[in-house]
Design a protein. Structure first.
Length: 326
């Protein structure tokens, strides 16, 4: 919950210092003509604290945390806003409640996105923001559809305490593939343009939300290996995504993470212990995982299991999801 209190301190009667709320966002109010009364300035600060942190976290990559709010009657009839900058008409804002300012500020901020939508289905919500004006509408639709097809299954199967409210952001400034943080998944606009059929990136990233391990729960290779194994097992169209698990070679290690580790996990599930990955996932979430977990669950260390895998890596049947075959 964001505190709705006046954090700005007047300086020289015209400019307030940066006031910081409990989420690290700062506002500096510039009122050159000294037209704002104390109550209006308090309402503007409260509205900033209520709306801008949500905008910034949803906006995507490197959104500015320090914001200048300036009285600029010639530039707007109400409010104009973008990352790091808010313009306000003093005549419009005078006497306005925080509720009305909130509504107008959010409308102004959301205009910075090429598209903004919120879909709900059977108790699950997906907010979709695109900062890419050239995002293919069919890619957008496929990402949304994949969320509603796969995410409820992952929640019910692995962690029914997972959030039912997820945010997708397609960002032109983000140069990797995708990443999950909290309930937000950030997609690279460039990657989705180059790989428009890779819809099961949603499966991998939403599994990270379901994992919800927090910090220091286990090694990164294990977390990412599980996410790619879940993509393999539960993905809705791995064939269409042109995605598969790589053949084994002697240079590999289970610590390579992602698809290499996922193939090892598929072998373990078929040859050593069905349900092993689910057990490891549960231990990681409960912060009960240790290297001893492998021996406790299978009777062998992970290194011994990898050695067994390396001796007969093809003793595994791999089946990939294919929407065209359905």
């Amino acid at each position: 919950m964001i505190k709705k209190t006046l954090l700005a301190i007047l300086l020289a009667g015209s400019v307030s210092a940066f006031g910081q709320n409990n989420r690290g966002y700062q506002i500096k109010i510039v009122d050159a003509e000294n037209v704002l009364d104390e109550e209006t300035e308090a309402n503007l600060t409260a509205s900033f604290n209520a709306q801008y942190p949500g905008f910034a976290s949803a906006d995507g990559y490197r959104t500015k945390r320090n914001v200048v709010l300036e009285i600029a009657n010639t530039e707007t009839e109400t409010i104009k806003a973008k990352a790091g900058e808010i313009k306000v008409n003093s005549n419009w804002v005078k006497g306005k409640s925080v509720k009305k300012i909130n509504k107008e500020l959010w409308a102004a901020l959301s205009k910075n996105w090429s598209s903004y939508s919120k879909d709900k289905h059977k108790g699950y919500t997906l907010t979709f923001i695109s900062k890419d004006p050239n995002l293919d509408p069919s890619v957008r639709r496929n990402l949304i559809d994949t969320y509603f097809e796969i995410y409820p299954t992952l929640v019910k199967t692995f962690n029914n305490k997972s959030t039912h409210d997820v945010l997708f952001v397609v960002d032109t400034a983000y140069k990797a593939v995708a990443e999950a943080s909290g309930n937000r998944i950030l997609f690279s606009a460039g990657y989705m343009k180059a790989h428009p059929t890779d819809i099961d990136v949603v499966t991998h990233e939403t599994m990270h939300i379901v994992q919800g391990y927090g910090y220091s729960a286990g090694p990164v290779w294990l977390t990412e290996g599980i996410a790619d194994y879940i993509r393999y097992k539960y993905g809705v169209d791995n064939v269409g995504s042109k995605w598969s698990l790589p053949a084994f070679n002697e240079k590999q290690s289970y610590k390579n993470s992602y698809r290499i580790t996922a193939r090892f996990f598929a072998w373990l599930e078929q040859n050593i212990k069905p349900g092993l990955i689910t057990s490891l996932d549960e231990q990681l979430r409960a912060h009960q995982y240790t290297e001893q977990s492998w021996a406790n669950l299978t009777g062998k260390t992970v290194d011994q299991l990898w050695d067994d895998y390396a001796k007969n890596p093809n003793q595994v049947t791999l089946t990939y999801s294919d929407k065209k075959s359905k």
